[in-house]
Design a binder for this molecule. Structure first.
Ligand code: HEM
Length: 413
């Protein structure tokens, strides 16, 4: 037990006014027995007239999220602000609501991760969990403000400090708000014009091939409604469009292969097709999966594709190659006198035409499944991360918070 110095010894000076960038709170994380809202309340423990921008940001976040929780009462003499030598502040609160009808007088430490960790006793596991979570937030541009408390007993006896959690502080807009000017966000050009052009051309071609392919698989114009009527050359035109789009698709595929070996854009080069190059990539993949399954709050930040995304796209490329293979195997059947087409039709000779047709149709439905998942995840990522990912497929650039540290790019300045 240590004794809290007499309040006279604690300088109360405000942290400075004006010139600060606007700060916001991303969220509160609990690691002790208190709820995340209580952690945020402790982080807001400051004199009511404090001009410290962190105090103001946390108080604002608490008022917005939990207006029912009062900002802890801290007298002007009960606070000792952080300094470059001691990177945490000390504040004393009285009668803090610990929940369950219990109140406690507390000394609250708020500050940098390592500075606060040096003052508390925790297990290695807790430290590891905390550091991992803090690192995730760091990469996304949020700085963790750690909160630890110690009970104040009779005669101002201060007990041991316990880690309670942290709140994340960011420069600029709060996650989910479209506030904050360009000074807080940085626009990074990621997608080259050729990739964007190919993307939308692929969309148009796959849409055309799907519509015409579906009509070849299940011809509308042979339904009972048209029985006995002349449908003319309609199916011929549908097949013509299918084949025309198919040849265009092959040309797009070939340009993608050429660019994989010749492009100066690293996002187009062939190594991107296999994202699991190190053990850390596999760990990041696991974290992204957990994030998508709503198990993990944060996922590693990538400027380009995250490993799960990239594996999905590489898988799609492979699926599309098989679709081209089965399609041309069927197309070649009309030209069996030519050795080239006879060779291309080998799958039909080996497995039989019905099986190849079945495969060709099943792959169409798999591509549709991909498209549904792809659109859902693109909208989800765009709305949660606010990086403008959907419009980046038109204008090429994404927005990232300054200070964010993507796995695959230098810190965003
Ligand atoms: C290079 C790519 C492609 C080629 C060369 C190709 C070629 C063909 C050919 C020759 C047929 C048989 C036409 C007939 O017998 O009248 C066919 C049918 C079909 N195609 Fe494609 N196709 C390609 C891509 C696609 C794509 C991307 C889709 C859908 C996403 C698709 C969906 C279908 C479907 C559903 C059928 C009907 C299958 C059946 O019941 O026979 N095709 N395609």
């Amino acid at each position: 037990m240590t004794t809290l110095d007499h309040p006279d010894a604690i300088p109360a000076g405000p942290a400075g006014e004006g010139g600060y960038p606007p700060l916001t709170v991303g969220g509160a994380y609990t690691i002790g027995k208190l709820s995340s809202s209580q952690v945020m309340a402790l982080a807001a423990a400051a004199p009511w007239d404090s001009s410290d921008p962190v105090d103001a940001a946390v108080a604002k976040a608490l008022r917005a999220e939990r207006p029912d929780i009062p900002i802890p009462d801290v007298g002007p003499w009960d606070v000792d602000p952080a300094s470059p030598q001691r990177r945490y502040s000390v504040a004393r609160t009285r009668s803090f609501d610990m929940g369950g009808g219990e109140t406690s007088d507390l000394v609250v430490l708020r500050g940098e991760l390592n500075a606060v960790l040096a003052k508390v006793k925790t297990t290695r596991e807790t430290r590891a969990v905390l550091k991992r979570n803090a690192a995730h937030n760091n990469r996304a541009g949020w700085r963790p403000l750690l909160v630890a408390t110690a009970p104040v007993g009779p005669g101002d006896q201060v007990g041991e400090f316990t880690l309670q959690g942290f709140v994340t502080i960011g420069i600029g807009a709060r996650q989910g708000e479209v506030l904050g000017g360009p000074s807080n966000w940085s626009r990074v050009n990621v997608w080259s014009i050729s990739l964007r052009f190919q993307h939308w051309l692929n969309v148009a071609v796959i849409f055309t091939l799907s519509c015409t392919g579906f009509l070849i698989m299940d011809p509308l114009f042979r339904s009972s409604a048209y029985e006995g009527e002349q449908t003319g050359f309609v199916m011929g035109w549908i097949r013509f469009v299918h084949f025309g789009a198919a040849f265009l698709w092959v040309v797009i595929g070939l340009t993608r292969i050429v660019s994989a070996f010749t492009s100066r854009d690293p996002h187009l080069r062939w190594p991107v097709f296999w994202p699991l190059k190190k053990k850390q990539d596999v760990r990041n993949l696991g974290q992204v999966v957990q994030h998508y399954l709503f198990i993990k709050h944060e996922a590693p930040l990538y400027l380009g594709h995250n490993p799960l995304q990239q594996l999905a796209y590489t898988g799609l490329y492979a699926l599309c190659a098989v679709q081209m293979g089965t399609g041309f195997a069927l197309f070649g059947l009309y030209h069996q006198s030519n050795w080239f087409w006879a060779l291309i039709s080998t799958p039909c000779h080996w497995f039989g035409v019905p099986l190849v047709r079945l495969f060709h149709s099943i792959i169409m439905f798999l591509i549709w499944c991909f498209v549904i998942g792809h659109v859902y995840l693109a909208v989800r990522a765009d709305s949660l991360e606010r990086h403008g990912g959907i419009s980046s497929m038109i204008n090429g650039g994404v927005w990232l918070r300054r200070g964010a540290q993507p796995v695959d790019a230098p810190e965003i300045g």
